[in-house]
Design a protein around this ligand. Structure first.
Ligand code: PGA
Length: 248
């Protein structure tokens, strides 16, 4: 069955690095039936989007602002993304939550705006290490989903990919720990249950991705886990070879 791969380049790659990456990457995945999305910085998006046109790869934004236009220095609007034909926006990444103090209410405003404007949303959720240790994982994820998707209709939620990324398992937060297959299976099952309660009619259609130290070594086993419809890949998406291996 085909899977969804969202590469998260974070604050990496200049315009020319992105171009070189895609020149090498696109032919290598041209026969892939998987859905491949690369979330890139705003500076390289327009050129990169032109480069992936008419291929099986799409570019995505890593963030937007809650307002449509105006005096919001440094921010990026949905109109700007529409103009360059971007169709997907990643929201609520743990680095945005931690380094830029984004909370669930703020993320929800962006989620609603993006969905109302016809974008697909990759909504990232995940617990911190101490939240897991204190057995708050499910409570945290329930809040992130309930508030993050507040006032999102059953019709709209079909355009949301939920990405579960336990923060302590993300390579750059370097706790040295990674989630085990059992831990991933358990939490994805719980997320499915939360979504079933929130969206009884359509929860089966909502895709759930796993992220956090996904690599060519573990991708295959992770993607076999029940309720894992795809992967969100950070570090391993920066090199053509490793992203190709993960996708294949
Ligand atoms: P990682 O990052 O694959 O390097 O752990 C994932 C992410 O932060 O989205």
């Amino acid at each position: 069955m085909s899977k969804i791969f969202v590469a998260n380049w974070k604050m990496n790659k200049t315009v020319s690095e992105a171009k070189n990456f895609l020149t090498e990457f696109l032919p290598k995945v041209a026969d892939s039936k998987n859905e491949i999305i690369i979330a890139a910085n705003a500076v390289c998006l327009a050129d990169a989007q032109k480069k992936v046109r008419r291929t099986n790869v799409q570019m995505a934004a890593q963030n937007i602002y809650t307002e449509r236009a105006g005096a919001f220095t440094g921010e990026i609007s949905v109109e700007m993304l529409k103009d360059i034909k971007i169709k997907t926006i990643m929201l609520g990444h743990s680095e945005r939550r931690i380094y830029f103090a984004e909370n669930d209410e703020f993320i929800n405003k962006k989620v609603k705006l993006a969905l109302n404007e016809g974008f697909k949303v990759v909504l990232c959720i995940g617990e911190k290490e101490e939240e897991r240790e204190n057995k708050h994982t499910i409570g945290v994820l329930t809040r992130q989903l309930k508030v993050g998707l507040m006032d999102v209709s059953a019709e709209q939620v079909k355009n949301v990919y939920v990405a579960y990324e336990p923060i302590w398992s993300i390579s750059t937060f370097s706790t040295g720990k990674t989630a085990t297959m059992d831990e991933i299976a358990e939490v994805h099952g719980e997320i499915k249950k939360i979504l079933a309660e929130m969206y009884p009619a359509v929860y089966k259609d909502i895709k759930i991705l796993y992220g956090g130290s996904v690599s060519p070594k573990n991708a295959k086993s992770i993607l076999k886990i029940k309720n894992v419809d795809g992967a969100l890949i950070g570090g391993a998406s920066l090199k053509v070879e490793s992203l190709v291996e993960v996708v294949k």
